[in-house]
Design a protein around this ligand. Structure first.
Ligand code: TPP
Ligand code: SF4
Ligand code: MG
Length: 274
């Protein structure tokens, strides 16, 4: 089957983003729309679900179906939608605060459940929208007025957590590498099951130091693997800045039997009729 030729502009809405000039999220938006165009599915067959945060504004800036929802709950909404409408391509978009603080527990169980959808987290190691509080991925010695002397807390490691919790595709990219981000997002969407992509996306306003990320990111020294033990060994030496696909597994997605039409939900729906 020949796929229709689509352009990224067909996936962009007419709402102008209100992100700060230079915010990494602009690049993520470009990569998302390019990846969606390359998939060959029209915008009305795609749903983009988010929580709350600067990063979570993304659904409004795409032309797909979207839901800018409740802080930390993008995965619950996205999983419910995918199970109810398996024909749609479902993407959940989040930030490090939304996804790993208030939404942390949902992250674990979304990886474990392995519903066929893609989770993109724009990680700027800060709560950008609420003006710069430390997040779970903030370095322990990051010293500001809101965290005098640093939090002293060990940072959350999203790739380790995703791998240990059962995600079927795990990757990290840098927002400024639009080509690599586009390719990885497309692969994540095409891979069955729960795919997780952490995108290092600088907050130029509250973390100007992150402008240096473009000189600090580097390709991972070890290629991607389908072996969780090898992937785990690679991330034990992770410096937080290596990019690329880490792991591509072969777990069967949750509810595949429903998608194949083998389970009849009508009796259950009838039982709950009011
Ligand atoms: C239940 C609830 N608690 C707290 C908030 C306040 N709040 C809004 S966005 C946010 C953090 C956003 O950080 P992140 O997800 O990293 O997004 P960023 O703005 O950095 O892209 C918080 C704490 C809220 N909106 N709702
Ligand atoms: S506050 Fe930070 S994350 Fe939010 S739009 Fe500005 S640069 Fe981007
Ligand atoms: Mg953030």
């Amino acid at each position: 089957m020949t796929l229709p030729k689509l352009k990224a502009s067909q996936f962009t809405s007419d709402i102008t983003p209100i992100w700060c000039p230079g915010c990494g999220d602009f690049h993520v938006l470009m990569s998302i729309t390019k990846a969606l165009a390359n998939l060959g599915r029209p915008p009305e067959e795609i749903a983009v679900i988010s929580g709350i945060g600067c990063s979570s504004r993304i659904p409004a800036y795409t032309n797909c179906y979207g839901f800018h929802g409740v802080h930390g709950r993008s995965l619950a909404v996205a999983a419910g939608l995918k199970v109810a409408r398996p024909d749609l391509t479902v993407m959940a978009m989040s930030g490090d605060g939304d996804g790993f603080s208030i939404g942390g527990n949902h992250f674990l169980h979304a990886c474990r459940r392995n519903v066929d959808m893609t989770y993109v987290v724009m990680d700027n190691r800060i709560y950008g929208m609420t003006k710069g509080q430390p997040s779970p991925t903030t370095e322990p010695d990051w010293d500001t007025a809101l965290s005098p002397g640093g939090t002293g807390l060990s940072p959350f490691h999203p790739l380790v957590i995703a791998l240990a919790s059962g995600a079927n595709f795990v990757a990290r990219e840098f927002s400024g590498n639009i080509k690599a981000c586009t390719q990885t997002i497309k692969q994540a969407v095409e891979h069955p099951g729960f795919s997780f992509v952490q995108i290092l996306s600088p907050c130029v306003t509250f973390r100007p130091d992150e402008k240096e990320w473009k000189t600090q990111v580097h390709d991972a020294s070890v290629p991607e693997t389908d072996d969780p033990a090898r992937a785990a060994r690679r991330i034990m030496t992770d410096d937080g800045m290596n990019v690329g696909v880490l792991f591509r597994g072969d777990r069967k997605p949750y509810f595949a039997s429903v998608r194949d039409g083998k389970r009849d939900l009508a009796p259950l729906e009838k039982a709950f009729e009011i």
